[in-house]
Ligand binder design. Structure first.
Ligand code: B3K
Ligand code: ZN
Length: 872
């Protein structure tokens, strides 16, 4: 496979002003006719006599130019497209192709999900529908006519506004959709099927009445209310926070069961993985409710950050994704608990993005090359990209940041632009040079800040010395210094924030200061500091960096108890827990500081604090994250240490945990609001600790919680805890759960996952058995993620078993899946690519499997890129 480089970008030679599409949908074949109005791009930097269009897996039926059939000598078709020879400067190209959506298991282009036809065109799926300039900087007006059997496909949808339906003689019907907004082909969408919809409406500030519709399969019609409410909240929030309103008369969402990722922001017609639409208290967990709210919002926010202003090329992907993730994070923070949301986002970033940045697939937020663009929809482009936007907000402050986004919308509406264009708006609005800041887009790797603090009692000064360093990443051995906003506070001996006065300040400043780190080494002198302070560093996680500061255990406990910044309290607890756990890995007999247990006790007894925040503080770092902190991952040692500490805390704090369990019961009707979610999470966390005790009375409590069946959050937590242990009732409960939910695929996903993540030693055998379960299908991405993905990523001690059985299992599945769905196969194979982090025996086992995949004939470009880069 060949590599595409950012430095090779050239503007398109042709533009498409208008495109008309006609779809004849059918079970045996689908015909697509297209009419493209093309002309040469005045801004092109190159000129060839021929027109080159993208197109894959298309069977050509006819081709004509300005109404005249193109002779066979006038065009050339190959695997990747069509070259039309010697074209004029302006012309109409018409073509007809045959495609087979029913055989499309890659779920890219036009495909069938159950009885529905649907599309997924980002990034380069439109070329599997018809010949086109399938690149985001070619924006065109689309008119789409769909024709299909009326009984099987009563609902026919595409982007924009609909015409009236026309009934045809042969039991078919036809409709035309017109989208007035020019858009790149990746935002095209089509859906046909037997769907029901719930409808609502929203009036924008300028008075536009927008019809809102969520389409689902008939049996799911009662599970759409939360998605609709979320959409309405998102629309109101974007109007309020960014001054952005919706621009068509109708906004449609369709839920489908077979989908490669979460959802897709197609103009006016979002297509969603049903996981991010359907919810009822009985079937969805608190996490599911939150996930739906945030993904619905994310796709809605794309209408401005992605659709109205899109990407010039796919290297600019973070232009829309980083910004839109930042927007959805802020929305969720406003809808729920801001502090908890920040902790969750940072935990995800540290667990996955820091790991990516330290591994063989490390790449900048704006990558400079790729083989397969679908491999770059990563935590780096999305979540680190969001942090890079957040840092700009931190550097500019809220007003200038809003000025920057206003400017961005005004300057670039209707255009396909770059991350540089975005930063320039921020620089203009903030009236400052952000040249150095742009390294966050071009340099990969997680910067490390090594910080020292010295108190001078005589001078009453406190000096922070900050050094930055960024480790090498593939292709980038040396890094230039970053511009890093570092939020700091200083606590006095009673835990109170000091007003911060930097050398040269005339007045004492606020209690949190945003220091700007731009040099390899810098000093900051705080004056009039009356006592030796404890520094609180990187408050709110003001930048995606690692901080090294030599805190004592006592200082960490002090911060954990007193820091005014919720994130930093949590972070201190994590740092301390991590330190203790890593000591236990080295030496199981090492002593757990009494103060740590005491700090947990105090937290459990602290009824004044937000239960959701407490639950975060009391959650120990994950096994995989602990592994990332070691020079060589000790798979068994980490598992043992973490279990050991959990059991110790459970036995020392049994009374307090039982009290928390008892006091945080949520009664009354289920509601996924921040308060109820927080109480459930604290209560279920307590149950998790208590279940470490192998105590029959507690197991009975857990079974009772399962049987009470008040809501899916409590039910699934209880069942997962039971599935971890050899309790006689478990088999029966698991079977009962299956029987109860056998017709609900989303609930069964949870059932597969909890079994895949079970701590039991025989889990791999059970997972293999579940591959043959009638409810499992390797063709369905949700099932693959819930069974195979959950095992390989959520169960490190079983996946990394010393005999290599887990690795063989994964590579067998990857090879099988690659034949059907390369995108999902490439996601799965990533789970084995950080082999260099393990001991020599495991390294060899993983390498062997990776080599085996690489040398299998016909392996997809998607899988090839990941595997070959990991072996470099
Ligand atoms: N833009 C889509 C992701 C498309 C992934 C293509 N492989 C969803 C989103 O980020 O909103
Ligand atoms: Zn997105």
């Amino acid at each position: 496979p060949s590599t595409v480089y950012l430095k090779d970008y050239l503007p398109p030679e042709f533009l498409i002003d208008q495109v008309m599409l006609w779809f004849d949908l059918d079970e045996t074949e689908t015909r697509v006719r297209s009419r493209l109005e093309l002309r040469r791009n005045p801004a092109a930097q190159s000129r060839s006599p021929d027109l080159r269009l993208h197109g894959e897996q298309l069977e050509l039926i006819s081709l004509s130019l300005d109404g005249q059939p193109v002779a066979p000598a006038g065009y050339l078709q190959d695997d990747e497209g069509l070259t039309v020879r010697q074209v004029p400067d302006q012309f109409v190209l018409e073509s007809e192709v045959r495609i087979l959506p029913q055989q499309n298991t890659a779920l890219e282009g036009l495909y069938k999900s159950g009885g529905l036809f649907c599309t997924q065109c980002e990034a380069e799926g439109f070329r599997k529908i018809t010949w086109y300039l399938d690149r985001p900087d070619v924006m065109s007006r689309f008119t789409t006519t769909i024709c299909a059997d009326k009984q099987r496909y009563p609902v026919l949808l595409s982007n924009g506004n609909p015409s009236d339906t026309v009934e045809l003689e042969d039991g078919r019907h036809r409709i035309t959709w017109t989208d007035p907004f020019p858009k790149p082909a990746y935002l095209f969408a089509l859906v046909a099927g037997d769907l029901r919809a719930i409808e609502d409406s929203h009036t924008t500030p300028s008075g536009r009445e927008v019809t809102l519709r969520i389409y689902v399969e008939p049996e799911n019609i009662d599970k759409c209310d939360h998605a609709m409410a979320s959409l309405k909240r998102a629309m109101a929030w974007d109007e309020q926070q960014y001054g952005r309103e919706y621009d068509l008369d109708i906004y449609m969402i369709v839920a489908v069961n077979d989908f490669n990722m979460g959802a897709m922001e197609n103009k006016g017609l979002n297509i969603f993985n049903s996981k991010f639409v359907l919810a009822s208290p009985a079937t969805a967990t608190d996490r599911d409710f939150q996930g739906i709210e945030s993904v619905i919002a994310h796709e809605y926010f794309h209408n401005w950050t992605g659709n109205r202003i899109t990407c010039r090329d796919w290297f600019q992907l973070s232009l829309k994704e980083g910004l839109t993730v930042f927007r959805d994070q802020e929305f969720s923070a406003d809808m729920g608990s801001r502090g908890v949301k920040r902790i969750e986002d940072v935990r995800l970033l540290r667990a996955h993005q820091f790991a990516e940045d330290a591994g063989p697939m490390a790449h900048p937020v704006r990558p400079d090359s790729y083989m397969e663009i679908n491999n770059f929809y990563t935590v780096t482009v999305y979540e680190k990209g969001a942090e890079v936007v957040r840092m700009q907000a931190n550097l500019l402050g809220p007003e200038a940041f809003r000025g920057g986004t206003d400017l961005y919308f005004e300057r670039f509406d209707g255009q396909a632009v770059t991350t540089d264009d975005f930063v320039q708006c921020m620089a203009d609005a903030g009236q400052r040079d952000l040249g150095q800041f742009k390294r966050w887009y071009s340099q990969a790797g997680t910067p490390e800040l090594t910080i020292q603090g010295v108190y001078d009692a005589a001078q009453q000064t406190y000096t922070l010395t900050v050094e930055q360093h960024c480790p090498a990443t593939p292709g980038q051995p040396d890094k230039e210094p970053f511009l890093i906003p570092l939020a700091v506070g200083l606590l006095d001996d009673r835990g109170t924030d000091l007003a911060l006065r930097l050398a040269g300040d005339s007045d004492p400043g606020p209690t949190t200061r945003m220091l700007e780190i731009s040099e390899p080494r810098q000093q900051f002198v705080f004056e009039q500091v009356p006592v030796a302070p404890v520094p609180s560093l990187l408050r709110g996680f003001s930048a995606p960096v690692k901080v090294r500061f030599d805190y004592s255990n006592e200082q960490l406990m002090f911060l954990m108890a007193h820091d005014s910044d919720g994130f930093s309290r949590w972070d201190a607890a994590q740092t301390l827990a991590q330190r203790i756990l890593l000591q236990l890995v080295d030496d199981p007999d090492s002593l757990v500081p009494e103060g740590f247990v005491q700090a947990f006790r105090q937290a459990l007894q602290d009824s004044a604090s937000d239960p959701a925040l407490l639950a975060e503080v009391l959650t120990l770092p994950a096994e995989s994250y602990l592994g990332d902190q070691m020079a060589e991952v000790d798979v068994e040692g980490i598992h043992r240490a973490r279990e050991q500490l959990k059991t110790l805390l459970a036995s020392e704090l049994k009374t307090e945990l039982l009290a928390v369990y008892r006091d945080n019961e949520v009664t009354g009707e289920y509601r996924p609001d921040a308060d109820a979610i927080g109480r459930r999470s604290l209560r279920n966390l307590a149950l998790g600790y208590l279940m470490q005790l192998e105590d029959q009375a507690i197991q009975a409590l857990c079974i009772a919680q399962y049987r009470a069946g008040n809501n899916m959050t409590d039910v699934i937590t209880a069942l997962s805890l039971l599935a971890d242990r050899d309790i006689p009732e478990t088999a029966e409960l698991l079977e009962g759960f299956y029987q109860q939910w056998r017709d609900d695929p989303l609930v069964l996903d949870k059932w597969f996952s909890l079994q895949a993540m079970s701590k039991r030693p025989d889990t791999l055998e059970r997972v293999k058995g579940l591959l043959d379960h009638p409810a499992f299908s390797i063709a369905n991405p949700n099932k693959v993620r819930s069974l195979i993905g959950a095992f390989c990523s959520g169960n490190p001690v079983r996946f990394h078993a010393a005999d290599g059985a887990g690795y063989r299992f994964l590579s067998d599945r990857v090879l099988e899946l690659d034949q059907l769905n390369p995108q999902v196969a490439a996601r799965m194979v990533r789970l084995m690519t950080r082999w260099q982090r393990y001991d020599p025996a495991r390294q060899r086992l993983m390498q062997t499997q990776l080599e085996r995949i690489l040398h299998t004939s016909g392996v997809s470009r998607d899988v090839y890129e990941i595997v070959s880069k990991s072996l470099e």
